[in-house]
Design a protein around this ligand. Structure first.
Ligand SMILES: NC(=O)c1ccc[n+]([C@@H]2O[C@H](COP(=O)([O-])OP(=O)(O)OC[C@H]3O[C@@H](n4cnc5c(N)ncnc54)[C@H](OP(=O)(O)O)[C@@H]3O)[C@@H](O)[C@H]2O)c1
Length: 323
């Protein structure tokens, strides 16, 4: 099978198109013909080896995972003797958060991994993008549950995480303020944002700024703000949710863990996914509650370009790769 291999840490050019053996499913495994996958910030970190702390998981001197890629949409082509949940011919979407390997034509996973049948009319490209909504789902439904009528601010509202954050916060009945660059204001409105703040013109956390409002939840999807700044825009019991696991976020998460005031919460969402989450997102897409937001689509052979785009820090939605 064709796969994009990452033989060494470095810039996107280290990636190489290779012919690798197609995996054989064991008794409990599902073999998937990957039709679409994504390139995320995690792929870029595990390719570049930066931040260095990422190497504790991905290998100290050289990458432990030959093929990167976590999200996928495709077809089940074979199942092991003990597999009951899937059959050959099923269209599926899912995550391979532990071992990666989706930047390839075929992927073999145990049947209990976070994957589900696609029952909606999502295309493979759309379904691979919708898998990225797992991050916003975990933050807004589980970590800092959003309730109807709450005020929610999404910082980085049009990125891969934020674009689903806006849609899910609206789905949960929140009044949503989207903070993004000026080029993406229309996109943020189309996702359902009630108010759009141009981050290049105003800092909505500054008391006295025209856009300053007290929020119940400040979802820092971009991971570019901080608890210290965001607390100025939080109600006395508001929650700051951040995707960025910096020392400040970890310190404030511990510091505010038992408090009754403003709280800071961080989560590594990839390891908290379940088959139900994927089925739920497929259902939300099927009902029109969320839609896929796609920055661009690249063939597998152009994965180097896809990585360059993904690490630009300014994508609008998800970078999707077809295999
Ligand atoms: N904790 C977890 O489990 C988890 C899971 C997934 C991702 N992440 C992290 O989440 C972060 C975002 O990932 P992503 O895939 O959504 O990235 P992305 O698609 O590249 O989006 C980044 C967004 O940040 C905005 N942005 C850039 N500079 C900014 C600034 N100075 N202030 C505010 N916004 C700014 C960009 O929008 P404009 O240019 O339009 O402003 C863009 O919309 C990454 O750090 C990633 O590592 C964490």
């Amino acid at each position: 099978m064709r796969a994009m291999s990452c033989p060494a840490y470095g810039p996107p050019d280290v990636l190489e198109l290779r012919e690798l053996p197609t995996p054989e499913p064991g008794a409990d495994d599902v073999l998937i013909r990957v039709r679409a996958t994504t390139v995320t910030a995690a792929d870029c970190a595990f390719r570049s080896g930066r931040p260095f702390v990422a190497r504790l998981y991905s290998g100290l001197l050289r990458p432990r995972f030959a093929v990167l890629g976590g999200a996928f949409a495709g077809d089940v082509v074979a199942v092991g003797a003990d597999v009951r949940r899937f059959s050959a011919g099923d269209r599926v979407l899912g995550l391979s958060p532990n071992d990666f390997g989706t930047h390839a034509e075929f992927l073999c996973l145990p049947q209990d991994r976070p994957m589900a049948r696609i029952t909606s009319a999502l295309s493979y490209v759309e379904a691979a993008s919708v898998v990225e909504a797992t991050t916003a789902l975990t933050f807004l439904r589980d970590v800092g549950p959003v309730r109807p009528g709450q005020k929610v601010l999404v910082n980085g509202a049009t990125g891969s995480v934020g674009s689903y954050g806006v849609q899910l916060a609206k789905h949960y009945g929140a009044e949503v303020t989207a903070v993004c660059g000026p080029a993406n204001a229309d996109l943020a409105r189309s996702l359902g944002a009630d108010r759009v703040v141009d981050r290049t013109r105003t800092d909505p956390t500054l008391p006295g700024a025209p856009e300053h409002r007290l929020q119940d939840v400040f979802f820092d999807a971009a991971g570019k703000s901080s608890f210290v700044r965001a607390r100025r825009a939080l109600t006395p019991t508001g929650t700051y949710l951040t995707t960025a696991p910096g020392p400040s976020a970890l310190f404030h998460s511990l510091w505010t863990a038992r408090g009754r005031g403003r709280t800071c919460r961080f989560a590594a969402t990839g390891l908290r996914q379940s088959p139900d989450n994927l089925a739920h997102l497929d259902a939300l897409a099927g009902s029109g509650a969320i839609r896929a937001v796609i920055d661009g689509v690249y063939p597998l052979a152009d994965l180097v370009e896809a990585h360059r785009r993904a690490e630009s820090g300014h994508k609008a939605g998800t970078v999707v790769v077809t295999c």
